[in-house]
Ligand binder design. Structure first.
Ligand SMILES: Nc1nc2c(ncn2[C@@H]2O[C@H](COP(=O)(O)OP(=O)(O)OP(=O)(O)O)[C@@H](O)[C@H]2O)c(=O)[nH]1
Ligand SMILES: [Mg+2]
Length: 193
């Protein structure tokens, strides 16, 4: 008997592979979420090699397509302010990868993250999760291990997930394609039927 977890992960794998196979451009839809001020648009601009000197809080959403390592990453960045969060759900459909950005220096807001609620959403069922522990350049930044502990990430069993330390300011650790690739590789390491 196989564990339900392995089966769920395998279903996730099959649906992503099916979608990639049907998309000649190898498009991946990425949903970028996180609280306001976490650094989402800064990360996205760095990925697109754009200037980050005039960044404003996002009132709605931004979409950017970034070509990377044979993948076309269509990234949807939705504003994280409290009043905008109820609209996040409008963007869940057809997500291949969820990236959740955390301001690692803002420890008092770790409790506010709303990540557990997201993972309960049916439309995000089995969607692989990449957590960016952003702002590692700040002196008070919590480490990825501290965030894993604080957000109980080890209890996530229904999907592939990974936490990555990064700084959107210095660009260290921000290369999404590497992580996307790693997540898919992880996926692929699970034997198929
Ligand atoms: N020190 C430091 N500052 C950062 C980093 N990433 C982003 N910031 C700053 O954090 C602030 C918020 O960044 P944004 O990219 O606008 O954050 P956001 O997640 O898009 O915020 P909302 O649009 O409100 O949801 C800006 O002043 C950025 O310059 C980082 O890695 N290190
Ligand atoms: Mg923003």
């Amino acid at each position: 008997m196989e564990s339900p977890k392995k089966n769920t992960v395998r279903q996730g794998l099959l649906s992503v592979l099916r979608r990639l196979k049907n998309s000649p451009e190898q498009e991946v839809r990425i949903l970028l979420l996180g609280l306001d001020n976490a650094g989402k648009i800064t990360i996205l601009k760095q990925l697109a090699s754009e200037d980050i000197s005039h960044i404003m809080p996002t009132q709605g959403f931004n979409i950017k397509s970034v070509q990377s390592q044979g993948f076309k990453l269509n990234v949807w960045d939705i504003g994280g302010q409290r009043k905008i969060r109820p609209y996040w759900r409008n963007y869940f459909e057809n997500t291949d990868l969820l990236i959740y950005v955390i301001d690692s220096s803002d420890r008092k807001r770790f409790d506010e993250t709303e990540l557990a609620e997201l993972l309960d959403e049916e439309k995000l069922n089995m969607v692989p999760l990449l957590i960016f522990a952003n702002k590692q350049d700040m002196m008070m930044a919590a480490t990825a291990a501290e965030i894993t502990e604080s957000l109980n990430l080890h209890t996530i069993r229904d999907r592939i997930w990974q936490i990555q330390s990064c700084s959107a300011l210095t660009t260290e650790g921000v290369q999404v394609h590497t992580h996307t690739y790693l997540l898919y590789k992880l996926y692929l390491s699970i034997p198929l039927p």
